[in-house]
Ligand binder design. Structure first.
Ligand code: PMP
Length: 386
């Protein structure tokens, strides 16, 4: 089996496991407890907090540990509306993750303003639309744009987004879930106010992540989970110490080994695209014109539905451009926003390589996909027997 779905999730790194294991059985204290075990656990959490903050150039006190990027995105936007105690105006991108878009819809039901910046054909946010929308709306509270898209790998011009947001006194929230460990990312230098991260995309455990929020943005926010007052009252609930420690270690590795491995992954990804396009006619790469994170490829193969390709390639694990929502297959909102039609979206597959991917994985995946497409196209072109 060849796994090429690292943007969906990653295996846990060995040294992350080593950091986590003793925290389940030996050093199992609750960091809120005021005794030796508790203080040991609190020390572990603070060490992880520093590693997470360092990974994105922010301060330790900016880190709010969450259950993952979904919760962090919810906290950034809902926490701001609740903290300001009024309806807010949110500007976000058409290709954002559903945890941003759905949260905006919910906040809109409460009366907040929610406007979507279109993306250009290459998948990048349309900066001139953003500028005119900021001018037209007048008082935007927060702009939420991701650093890199999980489906296409497209990297948004977030330096420009930060500049424009700040010119209009809006906060800039950036979901960096798919960027960290793949491209250099320094929130402080870019001028980001709130950053979302997820552990399981960077070889850490599932069910852990963080929102990093500057003092200025924390001042405008309140929690969405209430209770014991953990995380300086920004997110109540007993901290998941093993996962947090693992996430911290995963962050440390992401910005060292992860970034060092990125050129190798880029070579594998480029080789995949070159070989697929040579072997299969009528193939195009979604988002090819844009800067992309090095590990991701989204390929449209005309005349071969992605589901059919995957069904005929049982020994590879990749994603399609569609998602099952309420039992209906919906085309990817990301591809549709890029102006790709429904049929083309349904004919698109995503591969995302990772640390364990080798050139022989790429070769075997290509031969599976080529075989699958040939058989699908042959069937399609076979005359009907009457
Ligand atoms: N944002 C982005 C850009 C993602 O790719 C994902 C995961 N697909 C999420 C948010 C949600 O992450 P989590 O699984 O940690 O909730």
């Amino acid at each position: 089996m060849v796994y090429l779905d690292y943007n969906a999730t990653t295996p846990v790194d060995d040294s992350v496991m080593d950091v986590m294991m003793p925290l389940f059985t030996e050093d199992f204290g609750n960091p809120s407890s005021n005794h030796k075990s508790g203080r040991t656990a609190a020390g572990v959490v603070e060490e992880a907090r520093k590693k997470v903050a360092d990974a994105v150039g922010m301060g330790k006190s900016d880190v709010i540990f969450t259950s993952g990027a979904t919760e962090a995105n919810n906290l950034a936007l809902t926490g701001l509306q609740k903290g300001l105690g009024r309806t807010i105006n949110i500007l976000t991108g058409a290709t954002e993750h559903k945890s941003v878009l759905q949260t905006c819809t919910i906040l809109q039901n409460d009366g907040s303003g929610f406007d979507i910046i279109p993306v250009r054909q290459d998948g990048t946010i349309d900066i001139s639309s953003m500028e005119s929308m900021m001018d037209d709306i007048g008082s935007v509270d927060v702009v939420s744009i991701m650093a890199a898209n999980s489906e296409t790998g497209v990297v948004h011009p977030i330096h420009r987004v930060a500049e424009i947001a700040h010119k209009h006194n809006a906060l800039f929230h950036c979901d960096a879930t798919q960027a960290i460990g793949k491209i250099p990312f320094d929130a402080y230098k870019i001028g980001i106010d709130m950053v979302t991260l997820s552990s399981h995309k960077i070889y850490g455990p599932k069910g852990c992540g963080a929102l990093l929020a500057t003092r200025e943005s924390r001042r405008r926010m309140t929690a969405i989970l209430h209770g014991g007052g953990q995380e300086r009252d920004m997110r109540s609930g007993t901290l998941n110490v093993p996962a947090i420690a693992g996430f911290g270690e995963a962050c440390r590795i992401a910005i060292t080994y992860g970034l060092r491995d990125a050129p190798r992954q880029r070579t594998l990804r480029d080789e995949f695209e070159r070989r697929v396009c040579n072997a299969i006619y009528d193939t195009s790469i979604n988002g090819a014109g844009a800067e992309r994170i090095p590990n991701t490829s989204n390929i449209r193969i005309r005349g071969a539905l992605a589901d059919a390709v995957i069904a005929r390639s049982p020994s590879i694990e990749i994603s399609t451009g569609s998602a099952c929502s309420s039992n209906i297959m919906e085309p990817s909102h990301v591809l549709i926003a890029m102006g790709i039609d429904r049929m083309a979206a349904d004919e698109s597959i995503r591969i995302s390589v990772g640390r364990n991917t080798t050139i022989s994985d790429i070769k075997s995946v290509i031969s599976d996909i080529v075989g699958a497409v040939e058989s699908i196209r042959t069937m399609e072109s076979r005359p009907e027997v009457t």
